[in-house]
Every structure is written in structure tokens, then in C-alpha cells.
Design a protein around this ligand. Structure first.
Ligand code: DC
Length: 227
């Protein structure tokens, strides 16, 4: 099986680029942030302080988290049988996800699910620690990044399109906090693997970013784009 690990900070375009690149190569796209978001959502719904380990850890064995693909090949997340793929995208869930993801036990809880996907399928998997921890032997490792301003602007536009009216300043502040938290935590902090190719997309539009990512994948794997 071939695995491509794409890591980087929030809003670097990882998910859209990874999804499209997976289509290009005929691979499965695995969005690992969605797993942390599902745990964050479960805690949020219970009214828990998502930084409180004494509440989060006992909750884990009670959760039934499933990652499935619909007929269009889109990843869907299920929490106790309910499709929560939309709810996990709510802005208030982002920080909950970041909080629970800082706990080593939460990360351990999700490790097998992620590795299992890469064992079964050719994958493009995006996250924060895919190249460093989850798939250290990935065939391709890309660290996708962009300036804070560029990332916040992209996320702001994305939210506007979804009808969420947070101000640009709020979006940037939230991103800054998550960057700080994701980079400075003790458990699997956001970092480029030593053997990753770093791609800064601040000055690239989507098409150019995708073209470059696909170029790196082709070059490293010798596989030509299928679509
Ligand atoms: O990629 P995202 O914004 O959907 O991720 C939500 C949070 O989950 C993010 O703040 C960091 C965390 N995360 C992580 O710690 N490790 C991953 N592999 C993916 C996400």
C-alpha cells in the first residue's frame, strides 16, 4: 500500500488539497482532524470542559466513533450511529478538538484507526502528526503551510460561504490560539517530519498548490495522476 502524509497548521489548505489529490491518484482521503473533532463534539455535547482530562478520558470507551465513506467517496464521521459530519465543522468545535487532541490518551485511542486505514488502502492522510507519529514510514511526506494571514483569510471566506458570520479578526485569533496550542503541546506536537517536503502556499492559489502537491507525490512514488 502507498501512503502519503500531509501535515501542517490549520487553514493551510490541507483538507481540500488532500481530497483533490486523492481523486487525482485514485487513493482514499483520510481527514484525521475529523476524528479529534468527533471526540471534541462528544465532550461539547455533554457540556464538559474539554481541557479536563478527568472528564474526557472516562468518556472515550463509551464512544462509538466510525469513519465511513459514502457513495461519492466522501468521508463521513459517525458518533454513536449518528452522522455528525456537519456538526464537527462548527467553529466552536475547533477549539474543543484542539483541546482533546493535546491529551496523549486521546491520541492513542485514535492511532489504530488511522494506521488501519493505511494498511488497507492507498491513502492520502492529513493531520498534524501523520508523517512524524502515525505513519513514520509513509512513502511521501509533505508539510503544507502558509502565513497566518493567508490561512485566516482562506478560513474566513470558507466560513462566510457556509453562512457563519465570524469577523476576520475572530477567525485569525482562533487560528493563532490553535497554532500555539497544536505546536506547543507535549503530545505529538505539530511539526514537519525531518524527511518531509515543506510547501508554503501563501503565494499560490488553489490550483497551483494542488499541482505542486501532485508533482511531489508523482515524483516520490513514480505514480502518474490517474484522473
Ligand atoms: O485539521 P482540523 O482543523 O480539522 O483539526 C482539528 C484539531 O485536531 C486541530 O486543532 C489539531 C487536532 N489534530 C491533531 O492534533 N492531530 C491530527 N492528526 C489532526 C488534527
Amino acid at each position: 500500500m502507498i501512503s502519503v502524509a500531509i501535515d501542517g497548521p490549520s487553514g493551510a489548505g490541507k483538507s481540500t488539497i488532500s481530497r483533490c489529490a486523492a481523486k487525482v491518484f485514485g487513493f482514499i482521503y483520510v481527514d484525521t482532524g475529523a476524528l479529534y473533532r468527533t471526540i471534541g463534539l462528544a465532550a461539547f455535547r455533554r457540556g464538559y470542559d474539554t481541557k479536563d482530562k478527568s472528564l474526557i478520558l472516562p468518556m472515550l470507551p463509551e464512544l462509538n466513533i466510525e469513519l465511513k465513506y459514502n457513495e461519492n467517496g466522501e468521508q463521513r464521521m459517525y458518533l454513536d450511529g449518528e452522522d455528525v459530519s456537519s456538526d464537527i465543522r462548527l467553529p466552536e468545535i475547533s477549539m474543543c478538538a484542539s483541546n482533546v487532541s493535546a491529551m496523549q490518551e486521546v491520541r492513542n485511542f485514535l492511532t489504530d484507526m488511522q494506521r488501519g486505514m493505511a494498511k488497507k488502502y492507498n491513502v492520502i492522510m492529513d493531520g498534524r502528526d501523520i508523517g512524524t507519529v502515525i505513519l513514520p514510514d509513509a512513502d511521501v511526506k509533505i508539510f503544507l503551510t502558509a502565513s497566518l494571514e493567508a490561512r485566516a483569510m482562506r478560513r474566513y471566506k470558507e466560513l462566510l460561504e457556509k453562512g457563519v458570520n465570524d469577523s476576520f479578526e475572530e477567525v485569525m485569533e482562533d487560528m493563532k490560539m490553535r497554532d500555539y496550542q497544536d505546536t506547543n503541546r507535549a503530545a505529538a506536537p505539530l511539526a514537519a517530519a525531518v524527511d518531509a517536503v515543506t510547501l508554503d502556499t501563501s503565494d499560490y492559489d488553489f490550483d497551483e498548490s494542488l499541482r505542486r502537491v501532485c508533482g511531489i507525490i508523482s515524483e516520490k512514488t513514480g505514480i502518474k495522476a490517474a484522473n
